[in-house]
Design a protein around this ligand. Structure first.
Ligand SMILES: [Zn+2]
Length: 1020
């Protein structure tokens, strides 16, 4: 947090909680009692009662109750790496050591039974826990049982909400909540979600939290205009309706906005990182200050209470990495409580107490009020005029892609671990494991990780964690593929395919291509691999020859014309196909490589085309001019080009520059990267491409594969030149004549869609200060515009910021390079060097009728997020089982899932247990062309080919409580009562999914041995 928290602190350029070197001497005095002594104290402590709200402190019904929430906010990486924060390394960057915080807090809690503390980030807590003795663990268990140490949120991290995909959010919450459930049982189960620092809030996050069983949710950061109006209209607390499809109250979540973000009130910060004076009670002391403090506090509490509807209000007593010497905080809070409450004898009506978010929520619930309902989201977030946090939607695009690609790979790893069972873990290639990648992915969801708002050295460490997670998953894949195929091939993974580097395919004369499909339906996938020059013979799993092409990719360097082999592969549901590739001895006359010094085209009509789409280009400029959907008989003039905004460095209106968090262009009009493109045309039987080169640092391939219903735009941007001293924010923009009436649409964490309107907020009259940045929204997977007839959808391969700034136009920010820090604490300009400098990505463009657009973009987005995994093997391998013929094709499903059903999770949960999530991936009424929005029923019996489900239990979304026994607090929304549905009995033969519903199961399974399994093998 710190200086990124408030506009008024901007000028300071540092966080207020900075450590002072002279403070270290304070730590030495007043040592705490030893743990064994405290243990005795604990046993004598009163109030060891049942878990949950029953352990909440007593309040005063006829007074204003001020709930003090003692907390620390521990970023899982930001200015320091995760390990540096945990151990307290590199305190010169920032004084922070999480291990000491937890040590210190536990001692302080034991010293006084009324004290309470909350803890949030399980990535840190689990690490600390594993380093404790049994005796300390036992003490902590008791504190948790008594409600004195309470877990809130309970995810591995406090995830970002703008740049995260819902699948990864669910995974990271599952990991954290599972640790709590395994370690503390129901005592440790958080009731309250707590996102006090993320930079804006998505509606999908609320929906997911509701489905995880949370009773309420507290936020820190919302737009400054929104907050002001809410305070005035007493709407700081509401019911948030997280879904337009799910029947209320399934996705309803009680949501409260904290009064002071997550900081303590002014003058009341008693951490060693703060400078406020301690409470001095001795009236004889010249430093005596109780009277002033109490008067100040009473006024503060009363003022704050006026913005909330009940006689309860909350104060967050703590901040970033505070409580390293918890005694400072608690000693002063003890005194504050004593002194303020003593005033009740003089007629004061303020009661102050140690509390927690759950206990505060419990009192709100008991108030039995009717709450207004929020249906939109909290994006974009601005903490002052001209200060829109919309830059981080795009910041560090290479990391954002790596994260998304790792999500894909983790799901493949999870699935194969589930399908192959034990054999995936320990096999011919060694020890395979998904846990490391699962943890790395959870860390990446932190609100300074995938968001791109950490320091460069921390970002490098995030990338290291992902890379280290990939290793054991590659072993796991090899073990599983060998077991399932019956052949011990020398599997090889090409992590640099996006740069056309893959030694096994480039160097071997013959090799196998194993393609694994993580979807519940067959896919036809165009495989594209860098090869050496030559003619190739490609055979499918049945030995049939498959049409292939070798495309020579144009390059400015004639030495770098790298040929790429192309063929279409068909892969069964949740399974693999093995194709074989052989380079033939004969040489065929090859087309000479394209001219290395291209100029404006000589083409008269320039177009690429397949059976569904035709894309036309202007022969003079080389730009896209028109897209035709031949199938649906739609024609739309579309021009697409790259532009850049000058990044503001501050001006007369505001000193605010553009930075890692904030997007602030200098002027509304972006500059074109170029007014024309050098182009080359590539046409083969399988693909047609237009290669556009706009500048030395910006190029694009517009591509149509045979059979593909979308146009693919593969862009390469960087290194962005900043030698002219202008930071640049690069966008790809599509301009059409569509009449869109200020509206456009963006997805929420890759799931439901929200309608956006320019210069407009659904719940308040916006005073717009930034006509560009103030209209940017997070795009996780897609953005679209539509008129009454047509819809133009652009799907992304990572999170980006996007907008529609004029009717018929749509833009996505693809990359940014900035020369200034934006004063929100990171303290570095966004100047990526090395791997983040040049970025390649894809936009998939769909032109469709409005009524059938969802059917296309939902299924395409699913294929994009869970793309097939390509694994190579240079030569034949030994048989796994001597007498069994190896398989070249396999499906883990005995029947395909319907198109509306997405297999969200299939993962190992225990020795004989799997975690399974099925999702309806359409919203209600979204698709009228193929009826894909209708409820759908799946039969789970014998669905999987490698294991039998022997027992099935349905759970809440994060799998930490059985659905049948889960109950949430019921709130009364102003829209009318919402009766809680009683879960129906579970019938594995008939699992029905309503639109947008996710159902989560823990399945006891028995893996079939290879003999039994062979009966279920895929036959084509
Ligand atoms: Zn934070």
């Amino acid at each position: 947090m710190g200086s990124r928290s408030q506009a008024s602190w901007v000028g300071a350029g540092r966080w207020t909680g900075a450590a002072e070197p002279w403070m270290s001497s304070r730590v030495l005095c007043a040592p705490l009692p030893s743990v064994p002594f405290l243990f005795l104290l604990l046993l004598a402590a009163p109030g060891a009662r049942a878990a949950g709200y029953e352990t909440c402190p007593r309040v005063q019904p006829n007074m204003l109750n001020v709930h003090l929430v003692a907390h620390t906010h521990d970023d899982v990486g930001w200015l320091k790496t995760v390990d540096q924060y945990f151990y307290g390394v590199k305190n010169t960057i920032q004084h922070a050591g999480v291990q000491y915080i937890l040590d210190s807090v536990i001692s302080a809690l034991l010293a006084e039974p009324t004290r309470r503390f909350i803890y949030v980030e399980i990535a840190f807590f689990s690490r600390w826990w594993n380093q404790q003795t049994n005796a300390t663990q036992e003490i902590v268990r008791k504190l948790v049982r008594q409600g004195r140490l309470e877990f809130v949120n309970g995810g591995w991290v406090m995830n970002d909400e703008a740049t995260t995909h819902y699948g990864a959010i669910v995974d990271q919450m599952t990991l954290g909540l599972r640790f709590l459930e395994d370690t503390f049982g129901t005592d440790g189960r958080p009731r309250v979600a707590w996102h006090i620092d993320p930079f804006g809030h998505s509606r999908e996050q609320a929906s997911l939290f509701a489905q995880m069983g949370f009773d309420g949710f507290f936020l820190g950061r919302i737009d400054y205009q929104d907050k002001q109006l809410r305070e005035d209209s007493l709407e700081m607390e509401q019911v948030w309706r997280g879904s337009t499809s799910l029947e209320p109250p399934t996705a309803d979540l009680f949501t409260g906005i904290l009064p002071n973000m997550y900081s303590p009130p002014q003058n009341l910060c008693w951490d060693m990182l703060c400078r406020d004076n301690p409470v001095v009670e001795d009236p004889r002391s010249p430093e005596y200050n109780v009277k002033t403090l109490v008067t100040y506090f009473l006024k503060l509490a009363t003022n704050q209470g006026q913005h909330y509807r009940t006689n309860h209000t909350v104060m967050t007593m703590g901040s970033d990495f505070q409580y390293e010497n918890a005694n400072l905080w608690f000693k002063n809070l003890d005194k504050l409580i004593r002194q303020v409450n003593a005033q009740q004898a003089n007629g004061s009506r303020v009661h102050v107490l140690y509390s927690s978010p759950a206990c505060y929520l419990w009192e709100l619930h008991k108030a039995n009020l009717t709450w207004s309902v929020k249906k939109d989201d909290f994006f974009p977030y601005a903490d002052g005029p001209h200060m829109f946090w919309t830059g981080f939607f795009t910041s560090r695009p290479a990391l954002k892609r790596y994260e998304r690609l790792s999500y894909n790979f983790l799901q493949v790893c999870n699935q194969l671990e589930a399908l192959a069972g034990r054999e995936a873990t320990l096999g011919p290639y060694g020890w395979g494991d998904s846990a490391l990648l699962n943890e790395a992915m959870a860390v990446l969801q932190h609100h300074d990780a995938v968001s791109g708002t950490a320091k460069q050295h921390v970002v490098n460490d995030y990338a290291r964690q992902l890379a280290e997670g990939w290793g054991p998953c590659e072993v796991l894949l090899s073990n599983a593929l060998a077991w399932l195929s019956g052949s011990k091939l020398a599997f090889s993974f090409c992590r640099e395919l996006n740069m056309s580097i893959c030694p096994p395919s480039q160097k071997s004369a013959s090799f196998h291509v194993v393609i694994y499909n993580p979807l519940g339906r067959k896919v036809d996938q165009m495989v594209r691999l860098p090869v050496s020059k030559g003619v190739f013979l490609v055979k499918d799993p049945n030995g049939k020859t498959v049409l292939n092409d070798v495309v020579v990719v144009p390059s400015s360097d004639p030495q770098e014309h790298s040929p790429e082999l192309l063929f279409s592969a068909s892969v069964p549901a949740l399974g693999f196909s093995i194709y074989s590739v052989t380079r033939m001895n004969q040489t065929m006359p090859q087309a000479p490589p394209p001219n290395s010094a291209p100029h404006k085209s000589q083409y008269r009509v320039l177009a690429i085309e397949n059976e569904y789409i035709r894309a036309t280009f202007d022969p003079d400029t080389g730009f896209l001019t028109e897209i035709r959907n031949k199938d649906k008989k739609l024609l739309l003039p579309v021009s697409q080009a790259f532009f850049w905004y000058i990044a503001s460095v501050g001006d007369d209106k505001s000193q605010q520059p553009s930075g890692a968090y904030i997007f602030r262009p200098d002027g509304q009009k972006p500059f074109p990267v170029s007014r024309w493109a050098q182009i080359r045309l590539v046409k083969t039987a399988l693909v047609q491409e237009v290669h556009q080169k706009f500048s030395a640092w910006c190029s694009q391939v517009v591509r149509l594969y045979q059979g593909q219903r979308h146009l693919e735009l593969e862009w390469t941007v960087g290194p962005i030149p900043v030698g002219d001293a202008w930071g640049k924010e690069v966008i790809s923009r599509f301009d059409t004549p569509m009449k869109t009436n200020e509206y456009f649409y963006t997805d929420s964490n890759g799931r439901e869609i929200l309608r956006r309107r320019r210069n407009y907020r659904p719940t308040w009259a916006l005073k717009q200060t930034e006509p560009v940045a103030g209209n940017y929204y997070p795009v996780n997977t897609r953005i679209y515009i539509k008129d009454g007839r047509m819809q133009l959808t652009v799907l992304t391969d990572r999170s980006q910021g996007g907008s529609s700034l004029t009717d018929g136009s749509l833009e996505l920010m693809v990359h940014r390079k900035l020369l200034k820090d934006d004063y929100r604490g990171v303290g570095e300009p966004l100047l990526e060097k090395g791997s983040g400098e040049v970025v390649r990505g894809r936009h998939l463009v769909l032109l469709d009728r409005v009524d059938s657009a969802a059917a296309e973009h939902r299924l395409l987005a699913e294929r994009e997020v869970l793309a097939p995994q390509v694994v190579l093997a240079p030569a034949d391998g030994a048989r796994y089982r001597p007498r069994a013929t190896p398989l070249k094709q396999f499906s883990g499903l005995r029947r395909e899932l319907p198109p509306s059903v997405h297999l969200l999770t299939l993962a190992r949960w225990g020795p004989d247990m799997l975690l399974l999530r099925l999702e309806h991936q359409f919203t209600a009424w979204e698709d009228s062309s193929r009826n894909l929005s209708a409820p759908v029923t799946v039969d789970l019996r014998d669905l999987f080919s490698t294991f039998a489900i022997t027992h099935l239990q349905e759970t809440t979304l994060a799998a930490n409580q059985p659905r049948a026994s889960a109950s949430r607090l019921q709130w009364t929304p102003s829209t009318g009562p919402t009766p809680h549905p009683v879960p129906s009995t579970l019938d594995p033969s008939s699992i029905t999914l309503q639109p947008m519903e996710i159902r989560t199961f823990l399945a006891s399974v028995q893996w079939k041995d290879s003999k039994t399994r062979s009966r279920f093998r895929f036959s084509s």
